[in-house]
Design a protein around this ligand. Structure first.
Ligand SMILES: Nc1nc2c(ncn2[C@@H]2O[C@H](COP(=O)(O)OP(=O)(O)O)[C@@H](O)[C@H]2O)c(=O)[nH]1
Ligand SMILES: [Mg+2]
Ligand SMILES: [Zn+2]
Length: 286
C-alpha cells in the first residue's frame, strides 16, 4: 500500500517477484489504471528488524524512535525488553519506554521499580494510564510522538491497541484480542500498519506484532556490550580491548557487576541477560 502525497492510498505491486518494500519506505511509484507499480525504493535512513535462525523479519524503515510499550500487568520480561533495546541500539534508533496501567497502583509500583536499572542507564520511561482519563501523562506522551515516526512494540496485553485507539481519531481497533484469539485457537495479526495521528500527517505510529520472538542473530556477540549502555559504560576500562566480559582478568564489566554499591553498578539481572545473549549469539555463528 502506497500513500501518495495527497493522502490517497494505492495498492502497488513491485517490479520483481518478491516485494522488497517495508512499512515506512519512501518509494517512487507509477500509476497503472487503479493500481500502481513500485519503481524504486529510496535509500533508507534505518531499518529495524529481527533475525532468527532461518529468517530476517523487517519491522519498518525510516524510524525516529521505537516506543516500547510495557504494562504493570501482565508484568514484562526484562529479557525481552533488553532484546528490543539492543536491536534499537544496534540500528542507532532512539528507544522510548512507556509503562502503561498506572491506575493499577501496586503492580505499577512494582513494575516501575523493575525499570529502575533502565532509567539509571539513561532510558526515558513515561508512566501512563491509557484506558483512564490521565490527561497530563497522555499529553506528555503526545508531545513525545509529535512530528516523529514511532514504531510501537510490546508484549500482548500491554495496551498497544488501546494506544493506537487513543491517538488515532475515529479509529476503533479491537483491544484485548489476545484472550479471544487464544480461545479461538487463532494466531494474532501479523501485519504491520501505519497510522497518522495528526491531521497534518507529520506524526505516525506503526503497529507491529513480533515482540515475543525477538531474534538478534544479526548481532555480533563481541559487539553486544556496546549496545547495553550499563555495560558499555565500563567496557572501555577492561584490561583487554577484545574482552568478552565473561571471564577475563581485569574486566571492568565483571568488577562492576560484582560491586553492588558502585557508582554505575550493573544490575545482576542485566549481566545475566548479557551472558545468556552472548552464549546464544555465539552458538548461532557458523
Ligand atoms: N487497567 C488498565 N487496563 C488497560 C489500560 N490500557 C489498556 N488496558 C487493558 O489491557 C487489555 C489489553 O489491551 P490491548 O490494547 O488490547 O493490548 P495489546 O495486546 O498490546 O494490543 C485490554 O483489556 C485493555 O482494556 C490501562 O491504562 N489500565
Ligand atoms: Mg492489540
Ligand atoms: Zn571486560
Amino acid at each position: 500500500m502506497v500513500e501518495a502525497s495527497d493522502g490517497r492510498r494505492i495498492i502497488c505491486h513491485s517490479r520483481g517477484k518478491k516485494s522488497q518494500g517495508v512499512v515506512g519506505d519512501q518509494v517512487l511509484w507509477q500509476a497503472s489504471q487503479d493500481e500502481g507499480t513500485i519503481e524504486k525504493i529510496e535509500t533508507r535512513r534505518n531499518l529495524f528488524y529481527r533475525q532468527d535462525d532461518i529468517r530476517t523479519k523487517s519491522f519498518a524503515a525510516n524510524l525516529d524512535q521505537v516506543l516500547i510499550l510495557l504494562a504493570a500487568e501482565p508484568l514484562f520480561s526484562s529479557h525481552q525488553l533488553s532484546r528490543a533495546l539492543i536491536a534499537a541500539e544496534a540500528q542507532a534508533i532512539t528507544p522510548l519506554i512507556v509503562l502503561n496501567k498506572s491506575d493499577l497502583t501496586e503492580p505499577f509500583a512494582h513494575a516501575w521499580q523493575k525499570l529502575a536499572p533502565y532509567r539509571a542507564m539513561g532510558y526515558q520511561v513515561l508512566p501512563v494510564s491509557l484506558r483512564t482519563a490521565d490527561d497530563s501523562a497522555r499529553k506528555t506522551l503526545q508531545e513525545r510522538l509529535a512530528h516523529k515516526t514511532s514504531l510501537v512494540l510490546g508484549p500482548s496485553g500491554a495496551g498497544k491497541s488501546t494506544l493506537i485507539n487513543t491517538f488515532v481519531p475515529g479509529l476503533d481497533i479491537l483491544t484485548g484480542e489476545l484472550s479471544l484469539a487464544l480461545r479461538a485457537g487463532k494466531h494474532t495479526t501479523t501485519s504491520t500498519t501505519w497510522y497518522w495521528i495528526d491531521e497534518s500527517r507529520t506524526s505516525a505510529l506503526i503497529d507491529s506484532p513480533g515482540f515475543q520472538e525477538f531474534g538478534l542473530r544479526h548481532i555480533d556477540p563481541m559487539r553486544l556490550a556496546r549496545y547495553m549502555p550499563d555495560l558499555a559504560a565500563h567496557a572501555d576500562h577492561c584490561r583487554f580491548y577484545n574482552c568478552s566480559h565473561l571471564h577475563e582478568p581485569g574486566c571492568a564489566v565483571i568488577a562492576a557487576a560484582q560491586t553492588a554499591d558502585a557508582e554505575n553498578p550493573i544490575n545482576a539481572d542485566r549481566y545475566r541477560i548479557y551472558t545468556e545473549l552472548f552464549a546464544e549469539l555465539s552458538q548461532s555463528r557458523y
